[in-house]
Ligand binder design. Structure first.
Ligand code: HEM
Length: 492
């Protein structure tokens, strides 16, 4: 087995690799994270369970470091300068932002895994609590911070109004965290308890499903290699770890999305198609993308100046290289040839992605289901299809025999809308962090267009125009948007 920790590029499937540069795969350590993913997780629910618990683990690893720093500051009993207070405020704010994410992911886990009878074919062994240390540490730090809140005080002589403002904001954030943590704790305990009590015969150790140390080792290795100053005892901030965690949590959620898309596609390919089951999965995907919309704000718990301090060490790395993100787009149905061309030229189309491109997507399976149910004829031109789909979406005075397709269509649109909201929020966050000039990853690929082949004109890779362009690609579910245009045009 390859040691992905020492050489993540060895197992990454990217064509363009420069061992002297930090790439997304080597920096975020995607191959290692995926290798850690529990191989016994086969069903969509099992994969969702793993994604959720890995995300809890990664978030708590970061959060408890911030809480420990706050507790340390409070317990030191030293009066704070306004600068120290402002710094503490950033940490507390990060804790609250992480809470918001965990609250939202708790809602998804409760609804998908606890309220419905999830298909989970293993259960956790009882008494296997050592692996929950991270959770206990976070709970402990939260209690300590609660108790120490009253000891925060400001240096005499500091501007009175400003100081009071900072101090009360800090206390407010710490209390907000404490409140949220109660709910997060309940969600997590319920989830674990349900997985203990679950009537499955296969019993597995929690540590087998969630090898905490291994999961966290990738972030540690990246810190040690690229940001050695950030692992020192007196590291001023956890900004680098925040940046790494922000990406890693996406990468551990992506398998749940990819698998759900592929399973929904399979369900729609059955005859008769299992439309309600597919609809439930698409709703799940839409909910996870809505969670992504919140997660993408985490980097903003640093300032642009904080980010600039370590940005150079990232060199080539950027999410543009995320293999799993591409797998989501392609499996869902993004088939814009402009997109394909640009991915080819950046050498981001791996063999696996090429195969996905040629495999029927969720959109294709949905369209075939509509044709199979006689909503339109397979040979209809796009405008006729749009008109007929519009009828499916319009309220009817008669009982709708295709209400399952109507529901599915609405969930697919919500999924795509949440992808677009993620893109828009990512662009806004990127602009806030790096301004409107060039970025990291795409800039690296600019040289590829400068080859001697005359038909390859010079690629222009300014990050922001590149990202904005992704919003102009053809839709993932184009017929559903065409149907909306049709409804609008014919409503007057
Ligand atoms: C400080 C935080 C971040 C900055 C400054 C940033 C910057 C950028 C930039 C400039 C690009 C365009 C390509 C390039 O020029 O490299 C990009 C693309 C991308 N980033 Fe981020 N990013 C950040 C955080 C994240 C996070 C947390 C994720 C989560 C996985 C992410 C995922 C992506 C993806 C998937 C793309 C490709 C989008 C597409 O091609 O449609 N980014 N990022």
């Amino acid at each position: 087995m390859q040691d992905t920790k020492s050489d993540p590029l060895a197992t990454c499937s990217h064509i363009y690799k420069d061992p002297d540069k930090a790439h997304y795969c080597s920096y975020i350590q995607v191959p290692g994270l995926l290798e850690t993913f529990y191989r016994g997780a086969k069903t969509t629910d099992e994969i969702l369970l793993c994604s959720a618990i890995y995300a809890y683990t990664l978030w708590w690893n970061l959060q408890q470091k911030e809480l420990a720093a706050l507790v340390h500051l409070a317990e030191a009993g030293q009066p704070l300068t306004p600068e120290q207070c402002y710094d503490a405020l950033k940490r507390a704010n990060r804790c609250v932002e992480i809470d918001r994410i965990m609250l939202q992911q708790g809602v998804i886990a409760r609804s998908e895994l606890l309220r419905h009878n999830g298909t989970i074919n293993f259960r956790f062994a009882l008494g296997d609590t050592a692996q929950l240390e991270l959770f206990s540490q976070t709970a402990h730090q939260t209690r300590l911070l609660d108790q120490a809140l009253g000891t925060f005080k400001l240096q005499e002589g500091a501007d009175e109004a400003a100081s009071q403002h900072l101090l009360s904001s800090l206390k407010d954030l710490a209390l907000t965290h404490s409140d949220s943590f109660n709910t997060i704790q309940r969600d997590f305990r319920d989830l674990l308890w349900a997985m203990h009590e679950h009537p499955a015969t296969r019993v597995v150790d929690f540590s087998e499903v969630v090898p905490v140390e291994q999961l966290l080792s990738y972030g540690k290795a990246t810190l040690q290699k690229y940001h050695p100053q950030a692992v020192l005892e007196d590291a001023r901030t956890n900004d680098e770890l925040t940046f790494i965690t922000a990406h890693q949590t996406f990468e551990v959620w992506f398998p749940a999305v990819i698998h759900s898309i592929q399973e929904a596609t399979r369900l729609l390919q059955l005859r008769p198609a299992h439309t309600w089951e597919a609809e439930a999965l698409v709703r799940r995907i839409a909910d996870i993308f809505s969670l992504f919309g919140r997660m993408i704000h985490i980097p903003q718990t640093m300032t642009a100046a904080d980010y600039i301090e370590f940005r150079d060490q990232l060199q080539a790395g950027s999410g543009v290289e995320s293999f799993q993100f591409r797998a989501i787009e392609i499996s869902a149905g993004l088939r814009d040839t402009r997109y394909q061309k640009i991915m080819e030229r950046m050498q981001l189309v791996t063999e696996d992605l090429r195969m996905l491109w040629d495999t029927p997507s969720l959109n294709a399976a949905f369209m075939e289901t509509l044709a199979d149910r006689g909503i339109f004829a397979a040979g209809d031109a796009a405008p006729d299809k749009a008109a007929k789909i519009a009828e499916l979406l319009l309220p009817s005075t008669f009982a709708n025999p295709n209400v399952d397709l109507t529901a599915l269509a609405e969930s697919l649109v919500r999924f795509e809308q949440n992808v677009e909201l993620w893109r828009t929020d990512h662009i806004a966050m990127v602009t806030r962090m790096i301004g409107r000039k060039t970025g990291t990853g795409a800039a690296t690929y600019a040289h590829l267009g400068n080859s001697n082949t005359p038909e390859q004109e010079k690629m222009h890779f300014d990050s922001l125009p590149y990202l904005q362009n992704t919003l102009r690609y053809q839709k993932i579910f184009p017929a559903l948007w065409d149907a909306r245009d049709y409804m609008h045009d014919h409503s007057r």
